[in-house]
Design a binder for this molecule. Structure first.
Ligand code: NAD
Length: 257
């Protein structure tokens, strides 16, 4: 499958799933824009490495997805957007009554509202180009809930709602909007939750992975960034042209339970 000549912008892509999606889109021929809120030499080197590895153009553009104007500036600065992958995300775990307001606001802004702002900025470009693919990285938590993740679950359900709405608004155009709902993928976001959980349950970190984290994932295996990236590539393929406004789970059976 060839995405040659297409420009893909992946938010929050200097790590984890975003980086994996960037690699898979680049492997399929797309030029990619890598993003995060930092602006280090390592960030720019990462883009250079992806560009060389897949023989495409890769750029790093710094933009903080918690800031509406920076979300929109990312798209404008890229100069074109055929494929938009809204992936940036953070997590915080606490009971509702103890959930810090600033964490709630940050999760809603980064995990949900950023997708609204980037989509609003990208749609006119997609319309001008006569083709567009919006792929939102939601979560199994966009379809189901877990205790202590109120902001994350709310934001991810919101992303699924935004996906459906954008799909309806673009239904008569060669533009699609879909959400990928991964189960657990072993990325820094998940790994950072392991030590605390191990302390809480007095378990080893390996036991936490198997007995706590993968408890709800019937396959008992983590999904991989390559699998999520491959699903994004599929959603950009001709075979997926009539797939819009839906969710695709990559969750080892979690949401079938
Ligand atoms: P990660 O921590 O490895 O990556 C998160 C990315 O978002 C990083 O590149 C980080 O720099 C970026 N980011 C954070 N705050 C940002 C901001 N203000 N502006 C711009 N970029 C910012 O985590 P991940 O697991 O790869 O998560 C990526 C996405 O996948 C998130 O939306 C997450 O909710 C979703 N997801 C992850 C899992 C999982 O198990 N890892 C499961 C389902 C969904």
């Amino acid at each position: 499958m060839s995405l040659n000549g297409k420009t893909a912008i992946i938010t929050g892509s200097n790590s984890g799933i975003g980086l994996g999606v960037a690699h898979e889109l680049a492997r399929a021929g797309a030029n990619v824009v890598i993003n995060s809120f930092t602006d280090t030499a390592e960030d720019h080197r990462l883009a250079e490495t992806i560009g060389k590895e897949h023989e495409i153009t890769a750029r790093y553009i710094q933009a903080d997805m918690s800031k509406p104007e920076q979300c929109r500036a990312l798209i404008e600065q890229a100069g074109g957007c055929d494929i938009l992958v809204n992936n940036a995300g953070i997590q915080h775990v606490a009971p509702v009554e103890d959930f810090p307001t600033e964490k709630w606001d940050a999760i809603i802004a980064i995990n949900m509202s950023s997708a609204f702002h980037t989509t609003a900025a990208a749609l006119p470009m997609m319309r001008r180009a006569g083709w567009g693919r919006i792929v939102n990285i939601a979560s199994a938590h966009g379809l189901t809930a877990s205790p202590f993740k109120s902001a994350y679950v709310t934001a991810k359900h919101g992303v699924v709602g935004l996906t459906k709405t954008v799909a309806l608004e673009t239904a008569r155009e060669p533009i699609t909007a879909n959400a990928i709902c991964p189960g657990y993928v072993l990325t820094p976001l998940v790994e950072s939750q392991i030590p605390d959980t191990a302390r809480k349950y007095e378990m080893s970190e390996e036991e936490v992975k198997q007995k706590v984290i993968l408890e709800r994932q019937p396959s008992k295996e983590f999904a991989t960034v390559e699998q999520v990236g491959g699903t994004a590539v599929f959603l950009c393929s001709a075979a997926a042209a009539q797939i819009t406004g839906t969710t695709i789970s990559v969750d080892g059976g979690w949401t079938a339970l």
